[in-house]
Write a protein that binds this ligand. Sequence first.
Ligand code: NAD
Length: 477
Amino acid sequence: IPVDSFDLVIFGGTGDLARRKILPGLFRRFRSGQMPAEARIIGAARSEMDDAGYRQMIREAIAEFGSEEKQDTAGIDAFVERLHYVAIDATGEGGWHQLRDLMRDGVIRAFYFSVAPSLFGALAERLHQHGIADASSRIVVEKPFGRDLASAKALNATLAEHFDESQIYRIDHYLGKETVQNLMAVRFGNVLFEPLWNSHYIDHIQITVAETVGVTGRGSYYDKSGAMRDMVQNHLMQLLCLIAMEPPSIYDADTVRDEKLKVIRALQPVEPHQIVRGQYEASAEGPSYREDAENPRSFTESFLALKCHIANWRWAKVPFYIRTGKRMKARSSEIAVVFKDLGHTIFEGDTARHRNILSIRLQPNEGMDLQVTIKEPGPGGMRLVDVPLDMTFADALGPDQDAPDAYERLIMDVIRGNQTLFMRGDEVEAAWAWTDPIIEGWEARNDVPKLYDAGSAGPEDAMMLMHRDGRRWREIK
Ligand code: NAD
């Protein structure tokens, strides 16, 4: 179904994010027919360039970063015709009139701020000053949304000077993933799960986001951030919210976000012994974190594991274990809901531990499965075996070649005016309010991260975090 017609301006339209994700994604939506044929995309950045130069740049970006659609030369020709370019310095006065003249009346206006957050205020102000944005326009902003509570509040206040909260789309691309939305469908669209979704039946939850890449190339940026700010405060917290939230009364942006906010506010402070920070060492595959970050004395964490609790009735005493790291043994992201052991078994001789585990894989092979215990087929008597019950959408309904990836889906949601999968300002602030004291604690103690081998599952202490509780992490594979 095509969305309404729009003009989308991408500030930072020549940058890495625009070339790698936003434009190839928009091309896929164009090919699928979801992007109206007359919609316009206007790149804006500091470099001097004309439309033809920008079209060529985006052709090359699609050739470099697109998947099978990059073979579609006729499609690319038609798509780049929709592109325009205006040279604008966010802090300068040139180019704004041209931009205003390019934009059509009577269509949705959206502005993607794919630039450093320090430029958000200047952009917001000039869009208004030049009469380009109005009360129905939308703006899209990216992480990092602040580096602590104070800076996030300042950023929210800056945007609020010119835009209402209902116009602001804070992207967390984890929320655009198919399986993340499927998680809500599974929880709230079935009678089976929700009655069990609490401390009576769930032993614990694990959330893992493991990457194999290091910080090569973006080390100086990452070194000021670390895993807590770069991954936990946003992506992992958002996943935790969707797992833990109460059922919203309706599936609507503010109702869903109200419930997520309650989860963040109910998160208990984390004690130092419940956290393990790590930093990768050099290996045959590559240099150490400190070399990548070009900071021989860096104490920044490239790995983090922590245990936390949500102080409400549903989750009383249920630990949430989360971990994320760079240069780990596999690229793998998973949420695992581990149900409690059977209280009693009637099967004599069966001493194995059988557990139901709902596993939600974000990458690779997005999908879901439920580990269930059944009889081992064959004549061996009543022997039990655990098997995964595959709940992957593509297997049941056939692969959807045209399924949008996270960025594409979210950009189309901006045009549709649906904020459900975007973070609200108060959520972001509440998340910082929880992480700030943890980070301040490390800084006050000069906390030194534990070293771990590149290609491993993280430092030994992270294993102990679980083993102490008689539990173990799921294998990263
Ligand atoms: P980049 O450095 O590759 O590109 C920055 C863009 O901003 C360029 O087009 C540049 O010309 C433009 N720009 C810089 N100063 C400007 C000014 N004064 N006026 C107008 N334009 C200006 O950065 P990027 O990787 O594309 O990231 C953009 C934003 O998105 C950053 O805030 C980044 O943290 C965030 N982000 C990027 C990624 C990613 O994968 N690259 C992922 C998540 C978030």
